[in-house]
Design a binder for this molecule. Structure first.
Ligand SMILES: [Fe+2]
Length: 236
């Protein structure tokens, strides 16, 4: 299994506070059967945002620490890009994508002007990015009009549902939309969006039964293995 959204790099965002906690997250992930994680710290287009070289450096440092413990877990660099009004103006340089591919993990605020968000996503696509939308189940505009999710996937946006949303750890409305996205076959990826080794942990197995019940026996494998592997297959 491969996680394409995980806050595992220490000291960059609200993820683990130190290297030891980050390595503990890696241990939990490997024990759950994960073999690769794309490290995706929060990233906002603003002065001081870490550039790609910095993200690669942090990822390599954690990978080395993981290797010293003998764990078999591959890390890739990435980021979770906040969709803001200024993102397009600021984005003159290439934005940090998942594992250096063209796949851009974008986070839309739960309360957003949907027309603005849709326009920014479309513009990112025009610039050559393949947009992966993080936790669509949290977006109010999609709760209000579910067909907007179908429009997104028809327009080439990959919907990345999280285990926390699916399992009902956030709210009943979020769980309802997450489960509908999986049941309708609109979810393209499952991710943990983990921030720490406990509670909000990098584990997929708690969602296995639910995904299977919602979308059949092949769905869990597709969402956690096949689809993320297709993204990593495009690593340059
Ligand atoms: Fe996240």
């Amino acid at each position: 299994m491969i996680d394409t959204h995980c806050h595992i790099l220490p000291g960059l965002d609200d993820g683990p506070r130190d290297m030891a906690t980050a390595v503990e997250m890696a241990r939990v992930a490997a024990a759950d059967g994960l073999r690769a994680i794309v490290a995706t710290p929060h990233w906002t287009a603003a002065p001081g945002a870490p550039d790609w070289e910095t993200l690669l450096g942090h990822t390599a440092a954690l990978q080395a620490a993981i290797q010293r413990t003998g764990l078999d877990l591959k890390l890739y660099a990435g980021a979770e890009i906040a969709l803001t009004a200024s993102l397009l103006d600021a984005a003159t340089d290439p934005l940090p994508c998942l594992a250096g591919t063209q796949y851009l993990l974008v986070e839309v605020p739960a309360y957003c002007d949907w027309q603005v968000a849709r326009r920014v996503i479309f513009e990112l696509q025009l610039r050559g990015y393949r947009v992966v939308l993080a936790h669509p189940e949290r977006i109010l505009a999609l709760m209000e009009v579910r067909e907007r999710a179908r429009e997104l996937t028809a327009g080439g946006v990959a919907l990345q549902v999280t285990t926390a949303g699916l399992l009902g750890r956030l709210s009943r409305d979020v769980a309802r939309l997450a489960r509908w996205l999986v049941a309708e076959g609109l979810a393209n990826l499952l991710a943990t969006d983990a921030h720490n080794p406990t509670g909000d942990a990098p584990k997929f197995s708690p969602a296995r039964k639910l995904v299977t019940r919602l979308a059949g026996p092949q769905a869990f494998e597709r969402l956690t293995c096949t689809a993320p592997a297709e993204i990593l297959a495009t690593v340059p």
